[in-house]
Design a binder for this molecule. Structure first.
Ligand code: FMN
Length: 203
C-alpha cells in the first residue's frame, strides 16, 4: 500500500451521522482519491432521514456538488450495491488502499468483528483486514453494551482503527458542519491523507 491512499472504499451504514459520511466522501474526492461507495439499506434510510431526500444515493453526486462544490464523475465515484458480493472490491485482488465505514452501526461492527461477510460492506472490510490494509471504523451508539464494546476491541485487535463518532469541542464548533468537518478531518488523517478541515491544536 502506498502511504497516501489513491483508492478508498467507503461504507455507509444505518447509524446516526450521515453528515459525517457525506463530508468524508467530499473530502476524499477533493483530495483526488477514487471512492468506491457502498451504502446499506439502513444507510440509505439515514441519508434521507438526516439530510433530506436530496441526499439519496442516486442523487448524491448532485448533493456533493451543491453542498461542497465537489464535481465527481463515474471514474472518481463508483457506487456498488451492498448485495453485490461479486463486485471487484469483494476481492483481495482489487487495488484498493484503504476502507472506512462511516457511520458504522453496531450490527455492521459485529459483522466485521466476527468476519461474517454477509454483504459487500462486511466483505470489503474483511478483505481490508486480511490484506493488512487500513480499515477505519466509525461506530456510533450510546450507551454501549458489553458485546458492542467487545466487538470494538476485536476489530482493533484485528488491525482496524476504531475512531468513534465523537467530535471534540475545543475547536469551539458553532455549526453542524463544524462537527462534521472535525470528524471527516480525523477520518482522512487516519486514512493517511493530510487534512485541512480543522486547524491543529496549537497549545
Ligand atoms: C433513525 C435510525 C437511527 C439509528 N441509529 C443507529 C445508531 O446510531 N447506531 C446503531 O448501531 N444503529 C442505529 N440504528 C439501527 C440500525 O440502522 C439497524 O441496526 C440496522 O439493521 C443496521 O444495518 P446496517 O448495518 O446494515 O446498516 C438506527 C436506525 C434508525 C431507523
Amino acid at each position: 500500500m502506498s502511504d497516501k491512499p489513491l483508492r478508498v472504499v467507503v461504507g455507509i451504514t444505518g447509524a446516526s451521522g450521515a453528515l459525517y459520511a457525506v463530508r468524508t466522501v467530499a473530502a476524499l474526492l477533493t483530495a483526488s482519491v477514487r471512492v468506491d461507495l457502498v451504502v446499506s439499506d439502513f444507510g440509505r434510510r439515514l441519508l434521507t432521514e438526516e439530510l433530506g431526500t436530496e441526499a439519496a444515493v442516486d442523487r448524491l453526486v448532485a448533493y456533493l456538488a451543491a453542498r461542497y462544490g465537489v464535481v465527481a464523475g463515474t471514474e472518481a465515484l463508483a457506487v456498488h450495491r451492498n448485495r453485490d458480493l461479486g463486485a471487484a472490491i469483494a476481492s483481495g485482488t482489487s487495488p484498493c488502499d484503504a476502507m472506512v465505514i462511516v457511520p458504522c452501526s453496531m450490527k455492521t461492527l459485529a459483522g466485521v468483528a466476527h468476519g461474517l461477510s454477509r454483504n459487500l460492506i462486511e466483505r470489503a472490510a474483511d478483505v481490508a483486514l486480511k490484506e493488512r490494509r487500513r480499515l477505519v471504523i466509525v461506530p456510533r451508539e450510546t450507551p454501549m453494551s458489553l458485546p458492542q464494546l467487545r466487538n470494538m476491541v476485536l476489530c482493533a485487535e484485528a488491525g482496524a482503527h476504531v475512531l468513534p463518532a465523537m467530535p471534540a469541542f475545543y475547536q469551539r464548533p458553532t455549526t453542524l458542519d463544524d462537527l462534521a468537518d472535525f470528524m471527516a478531518g480525523k477520518i482522512v488523517s487516519c486514512l493517511g491523507l493530510e487534512q485541512d478541515l480543522f486547524p491543529a491544536w496549537d497549545g
